[in-house]
Design a protein around this ligand. Structure first.
Ligand code: SF4
Length: 266
């Protein structure tokens, strides 16, 4: 999950464009056809940020559709059936604009970007503008990740919880695929981080110990608090308490021995 919630007021949203085939909610992968005219990008932040791509001023591009159903998702508007993408020429225009205004990175996020058939083309086009690329992923499509990894400079992989509890937290049962993505990053990524959003009532110490064993030896883990919002997919979480600093600290102590670097965001 992207750390900073999508603020739709700051987003240049897609204008009307004809959708040829819609993916129904919960489907995977996305099967719409761009026919070379439409990119998979449904929105981008108007201003680049310094907070999403370590060491870079980065533009943020959003792709729609996700094969997980995390009740605490901050980008729920992007979860269901994909939205039509912006025309490629608009992406080219935005990329030129961002380069002129000092951005040197692009974060491709979602939703789950690896569901979009046009992801390789998007990365390729953005690389031609000279951007470093950061890809946010839930790790469910290791084959796609492997295909694009040579052109990606930084990967942020969500490690939601222990393997056994993935179906309960995310609705996604094929956790072996996430494990494959993790193995791939350990073996081949230039730079990567793992990210876990801590839910006070869900992530027990036992669960976190299993996470620690699973990711043991990884280079960087980012722990971030759960933040309640009115538009979360799970109504029960909309007014649940934010993860406490004590819980974050306790989780950090449990997990720090398993990674080379641990970062707590609050
Ligand atoms: S993986 Fe979960 S948090 Fe991330 S976009 Fe999908 S539903 Fe939202």
């Amino acid at each position: 999950m992207r750390r900073h919630p999508l603020a739709w007021a700051d987003v240049a949203l897609v204008e009307a464009s004809p959708a040829l085939v819609f993916s129904p909610p919960h489907s995977s992968p996305i099967t719409h056809h761009s026919f070379l005219s439409f990119s998979p990008v449904v929105a981008y932040l108007k201003q680049p940020t310094l907070v999403d791509f370590p060491g870079r001023l980065a533009a943020i591009f959003f792709l729609s559709g996700c094969n997980f159903r995390c009740g605490y998702c901050h980008n729920a508007a992007l979860l269901a059936a994909h939205r039509d993408g912006l025309p490629w020429e608009r992406i080219e225009h935005a990329a030129t604009h961002f380069r002129k205004h000092w951005a040197d990175g692009v974060v491709i996020t979602g939703g789950e970007p690896t569901l979009a058939p046009e992801l390789p083309e998007l990365i390729h086009r953005l690389k031609r503008h000279g951007f470093a690329i950061k890809l946010d992923t839930n790790g469910s499509r290791p084959d796609v990740l492997a295909a694009v990894l040579p052109e990606v400079d930084y990967v942020a992989l969500d490690i939601k919880c222990s393997p056994a509890t993935y179906p309960r937290l995310t609705g996604f049962a094929e956790v072996g695929r996430v494990a494959q993505s993790l193995d791939l990053l350990r073996a081949s990524a230039r730079t990567y981080e793992l990210r876990t959003t801590l839910l006070e009532a869900f992530h027990t110490d036992d669960d976190l110990r299993e996470v620690g064993q699973w990711i043991d030896g990884a280079s960087r883990l980012v722990l971030q608090p759960f933040l309640p919002r009115e538009d979360l997919p799970d109504p029960a979480l909309r007014h649940a308490p934010r993860t406490s600093p004590q819980k974050l600290r306790a989780a950090a102590e449990l997990l720090r021995p398993h990674v080379r670097e641990l970062i707590c965001r609050d």
